[in-house]
Write a protein that binds this ligand. Sequence first.
Ligand code: ZN
Ligand code: ZN
Length: 203
Amino acid sequence: MPEAINSELIQGATDFHGHWCPGLAIGIRAAEWALQEMGRSGDEDIVAVVETDMCGVDAIQYLTGCTFGKGNLIHKDYGKNAFTFYRRSDGKAARIVARPGIFGEGHEALGRLHRKMQTDGLTEKEEADWKQIRAMASKRVMEARLADLFEVKEPSGPPPKQARILSSLPCDSCGEAVMESRTRRIHEQTLCLPCFEEMEKRY
Ligand SMILES: [Zn+2]
Ligand SMILES: [Zn+2]
């Protein structure tokens, strides 16, 4: 079991996510890396940029204190188990990327069963196999050394800008209040993004 993360925290992350799964295990280990190297985010000192919106991100939010609501968790939709952490106080930063073979031997079988699940469904035997392989993959992720799970790389860019509290303006079309930075000006009107997109379609 990871040193920085005790069984109570693992249970907390599992409850927060809703189930135990290999993806959550990856997030737990990535969070462990972040806690060791960067510390826990009090207010906004640590920023995480996550390149997936899958299971693991819930562990990052629960364990590191980087959350969507605080604005220090940023999602880039690249579909990779890659996590960049920035510490604003001293500029320390790193991007950690899950190694391709992170689930060990069961990797291929998991992929095959997953595809079959979505097309023809699984037989009882296959379902049992699927559960067992997932349990093995999670166990492997939890027990491996961090260096065997993740490659540590340079971040691909500077830290994201600090979240600012901006005033809201009413949208001239739907009337809903919208954060100023998300408004668009067109034909002398201030619009929210959905109304702007509607307007664009018409012209
Ligand atoms: Zn999950
Ligand atoms: Zn609108």
